[in-house]
Design a binder for this molecule. Structure first.
Ligand SMILES: Nc1ncnc2c1ncn2[C@@H]1O[C@H](COP(=O)(O)OP(=O)(O)O)[C@@H](O)[C@H]1O
Ligand SMILES: CC(=O)OP(=O)(O)O
Ligand SMILES: [Mg+2]
Length: 402
């Protein structure tokens, strides 16, 4: 029997998203999500596509190791367990790959050591990715495990975009540069946007706005990333669910010297207690919109700050690219929040950008245009599929090695 299935694990700081795919037709056999790992109210939601069954469990799941074992158990109940001979590989999202991993990579001890070494620059993400890999390896030591890095797509950025304006000797010694993240999504969405326009990715320039809990923008010229908003870590750039994004670095000195905060306290403040959550106490855009509809001024200001930053990046990447064929909105907020798309594009008619209110209000799971017919620059909603992209890259690599 040929092994044609790939299990994809996308381990986040407090969640694991997973999919089991059959790569013959890229169909999904099972999908699921474990949320709120480490809390008393963890939740596992598992769907088997063949039977259409969805099972949900709530109750404490202590860590990513326990989460993955629970996922393996659910897959087993559907006859899709990790012991299946049809499983060809496990593909893992790894957030920080530093400078060296420019391509999907079969995981060995050396790769693991490098991912571990990068923990200080991805403290919310790489530890979870590592646990996922170690647990999966323990469950199926014979199977190829492949790492697909968030940073890989951004390694094409030119030096003027990737370097900070600091002494290069100091930067190089500490490997400080702009790496960028969400690359798997930016790669997939920029390609899908070209497809939506009926063009080859090598013919179009696209600004991709990946707006989830973490959020980043990228400028993609003819299929290659030339700039992105996240930097050394996933803290730079856009206003996010709980992260501040850009600020004057002197804010940190000020908080330390005048505010008396420790570096760890400042780190937690900027990564976990800032962004939309820090501004108004909510990080879910649905809740923020509900509050705005009820006249809540704090939520309205948080929304305005979020949009102002987003608009600045659209303008900046327009300038970086020179000509733009499309602006693509993706991820949880980008795909679902019509008011965010409308507000971010409002007033940009001079750049050839506009949103048609009726098209923008349509709810659908497919890639679609929301700009008026005949617009100079397309505005699109393009659902991301990091799991499918990871599976495709994993299977291509394992197939090549066989
Ligand atoms: N219908 C919706 N309207 C507005 N925002 C939504 C909607 N559905 C999801 N979101 C937003 O999407 C976010 C999660 O996006 P997602 O891409 O899944 O993030 P992550 O992968 O970082 O967990 C939620 O925090 C929520 O704000
Ligand atoms: C890199 C990053 O921010 O990822 P996420 O959006 O999954 O938190
Ligand atoms: Mg995400």
């Amino acid at each position: 029997m040929t092994a044609t299935r790939v299990l994809v694990l996308n381990s986040g700081s407090s969640s694991v998203k997973y999919q089991l795919l059959d790569m013959r037709d890229r169909s999904r056999l099972a999908v699921g999500l474990v949320e709120r790992i480490g809390e008393q109210t963890s939740r596992l939601r598992h769907t088997c596509l063949a039977s259409g069954d969805t099972r949900e469990h709530t109750g404490p799941i202590a860590d990513h190791d326990a989460a993955l074992k629970a996922v393996a158990g659910e897959l087993g109940r559907d006859g899709l367990g990790l012991d299946s001979p049809e499983l060809a590989a496990i593909g893992h999202r790894v957030v920080h790959g530093g400078m060296f991993f420019t391509e999907p990579t079969v995981i060995d001890d050396e790769v693991l050591a490098e991912v571990e070494r990068l923990i200080p620059v991805a403290p919310l993400h790489n530890p979870a990715n590592l646990t996922g890999i170690r647990t999966a390896r323990a469950l199926r030591p014979d199977l190829p495990q492949v790492a697909v890095f968030d940073t890989a797509f951004h390694t094409t950025m030119p030096e003027q975009a990737a370097r900070y304006a600091i002494d290069p000797k100091i930067a190089d010694r500490h490997r400080i540069r702009r790496y960028g993240f969400h690359g798997t999504s930016h790669a997939y969405v920029s390609r899908e946007t070209a497809r939506l326009l009926g063009k080859d990715p090598a013919e179009v320039n696209v600004i991709v706005l990946h707006l989830g809990n973490g959020a980043s923008a990228s400028a993609v010229r003819r299929g290659r990333c030339v700039d992105t908003s996240m930097g050394l870590t996933p803290l730079e750039g856009l206003v996010m669910g709980t992260r501040s994004g850009d600020l004057d670095p002197a804010v940190i000195f000020h908080l330390a010297r005048v505010g008396g905060m420790s570096m760890d306290e400042i780190d937690t403040l900027l990564n976990k207690r800032s962004g939309l959550f820090g501004l108004c106490g909510d990080n879910d855009m649905r809740e923020i919109r509900r509050r705005i509809d009820e006249g809540d001024e704090e939520a309205a200001l948080a929304f305005d700050i979020y949009i102002h930053r987003l608009k600045k990046y659209i303008g900046a990447y327009y300038a970086v690219l020179g000509t733009v064929d499309a602006v693509a909105f993706t991820a949880g907020v980008g795909e679902n929040a019509a008011p965010v798309r409308e507000a971010a594009i409002a007033g940009l008619e001079g750049l050839g950008l506009a949103v048609d209110p009726e098209l923008n209000a349509v709810r659908a799971d497919r890639a679609r245009l929301v700009s008026p017919e005949g617009a100079r620059v397309a505005v699109a909603v393009v659902p991301t599929d990091e799991e499918l992209e990871i599976a495709t890259q994993t299977y291509a690599l394992v197939g090549k090695n066989n």
